[in-house]
Design a protein around this ligand. Sequence first.
Ligand SMILES: [Zn+2]
Length: 95
Amino acid sequence: MICGKGEREGVELHVDHIKPKEYGGEATIENGQTLCGKHNYIKKTYKQTETGKKMFIRLYELAQKSQDYELVKFCTEILEVFERNNINGHIEWKK
Ligand SMILES: [Zn+2]
């Protein structure tokens, strides 16, 4: 669905709920799509990385407030990985 890859390219296809089951998405044709394994994984982990990024931003701010520079450095390294790979770019990290 996203990259257009399928069995011809040796890619396993997953049947995905467009609106996830845990958010009330139904098992209907209208709510279904096929995604390759990679894109299904990215979609599933997206919410988790959002929570992770928010948590590290909060930890970074707390570390700055308490002048814990070891922790500031640690959080910076992780948040730079998010930025370098353009993951959850809509969540702003104020350095
Ligand atoms: Zn794909």
